[in-house]
Structure formats: C-alpha cells, structure tokens
Design a protein around this ligand. Sequence first.
Ligand SMILES: [Zn+2]
Ligand SMILES: [Zn+2]
Length: 350
Amino acid sequence: MRSFQVCDCGAPLRLNEGPTPQPVGSQVLLKVLAAGVCHSDIHLNDGYFDLGGGKKLSLAERGMKLPLTLGHENVGEVVALGPSAQGVKVGARMLAQPWIGCGTCEVCRRGEENLCRAMRSLGVFSDGGYADYLVVPHPRYLIDIGDLPPEGAAPLACSGVTTYGALKKVPTLKSEPTVIIGAGGLGLMCLALHQAMGGHSAIVVDIDPVKCAAALKGGAKAVVDGRAPDAAQQIVAMTNGGAWGVIDFVGSSASARLGVDSLIKGGKYVIVGLYGGEVTLSLPPIPMRALTIQGSYVGSLSETRELLELVRAKGLPAIPLRTRPLEDVNAVLDDMRAGRIVGRVVLTPG
Ligand SMILES: [Zn+2]
Ligand SMILES: [Zn+2]
C-alpha cells in the first residue's frame, strides 16, 4: 500500500510503499475512502508548535516518531478484522475517531481520551489515513456513517468535533451572539455547527476578505476585518457592550488579544487554534471582570458520536469542500500554508 509520511521534519511528505497491514488482536483494517487535510498537519509536518518568544514545542519530545503517516480525518470501509475485533462488519463505512488515549488511565476510563497524557492519536502519534489503508486499534473508535458521503463525513473527525467541543463550552450559545475568530476550515465548520446547534447568531473575524465573504455566505450575521485597529471596539459595539462568548480558531498573539478585548464582564474566551505565539495580560481585569479563558482540544469519543447524531438529524455542515487525489497531498499542504484554501480539502485515494 501507499503511505504519505513525514520522514524528515519540514520536508515534503514522502511516498513510501509497503505491504498492506494485517489486523491483529482487536484491530480493524480500513480501506481509506476519504482523508481530510487539517491545518495542524502543517505543524505535524514541521515537527513543532510555535510557543512565542522564539520558543518551540517539539513534537518529537511529545512522542511523535518518524516515519509517520499523517491524516487524522478519516472515513474508510472495513476490509479485515483482527481475531478479537467484534461489533463491526466487513463492508461497513466508518468514521475513525482519531483521538485515542492509552485506554487504561483514569482520564480515559471516564471517557476523556482526548485529554490522556499518553495519546496514540491516529495521524499524530500513530499512522493515519494519507494512505490506501488504515489500522484502527479497536472497533469502539469506529462510527458508522450510514448513507453520508465519505468526503463530507471525514472532516467531522477533527474539524467537526473540535468545533463542536468548543461550541459546547459557550454557555450563552443560544441566547447571545458568539464571536468566531478565523474563517478557515475550522471557523466555517464552527459557523455551520453553530446554526445546527440552535446558536443565536455569529460574528466572524478574519483578515482575508475572501474568507469573510465565505463566512457571510455561510450565515454569519456580520464579519469584522481582524486587521482593523478598532476590531475589538467594533465587536463591542455590535454586541451591546461586549461578547459573552468568543471562540478563537487562530490562536495567535493578535487573535488572543482581540478575543479577550472583545469580551463583556462575565464573558468567556475559548482558544482552539494552534497558530502560536504568546500574550501578556493585565491580571486585575480577569477577576474584576470575571473573565473565563479556556482551552479546548479536539473532542472525546462521546462528543464525536453526539456530533454524528446531530448530523444525521440536521444534515452535513454546509462548508466549502473539495476533493483531490491522495497523491496531491504535498500540493494541498502548500496551498494551506499559503492561505489559499477556503473550507476543507479531502483527499481520496484513487
Ligand atoms: Zn485536525
Ligand atoms: Zn489514558
């Protein structure tokens, strides 16, 4: 089978060919039907996250081992089962939950595998779906997509559950406007799910007019140019004194500053994006204005299942989506680095 792998950090993914794996134990072998390309693949390809101030978070030190097949938004068809894998049938089309923990620690046992300290996530710490086949360690990580198109369902595994998990952290979702910073793949997914979840209204911030236009088309009540020096004041004016909920899908020094500055007393800033950087915040306003700052990282298996239920009830999130052949993966990553992608690109092994 073909696999596109990080062999050297920062270098293009390399095409390696090897034997198709045979599932052992509880493993399930999927033939990959669709694999979404996520912005974090760029960081995984580079091998680090930018901590700001010249500091880097090395993924090798976090347990990433090379060569590694990227791809964590996968839908595949079950083609073979290990001897103890039960509950799935050959031929079923499944979304693979990539956020897999050790399975035995307290955190995993209470169902928050996405917060495990020994994660084995597909396409991050173990081989993912930029390949013809994908091995999933246990059937419990597979969710039947039924009649949904694989390329539409694949982004639910990261983009979908990440935005769903962030939206669930905004208590005022249905009663007040929510500010969404960043109208890339995650921001547009968030906008669509915000509507599906009965959100009040959304104000979207981006620095790219093309992405702002996509957000308006996607149902945003208003868009704000993130480069405007008065961007925070614009949001405060639009929200009658400040936003109760801000979700930041950029995660840069500038976006974090904007997010916190846009809040009303009692408001909440949820940071999801991993662009990188650092901020200096005055501390007294945090208690005096009763602000909440919360990080949100992907989502749990139960959240992915909830999201699939939501999609079955309300339909797939209407985001701009394009499929490209698997072998174009490096070109897609280059387009993403250059900010040329609107919505999501999903790779399909031919
Ligand atoms: Zn992702
Ligand atoms: Zn664990």
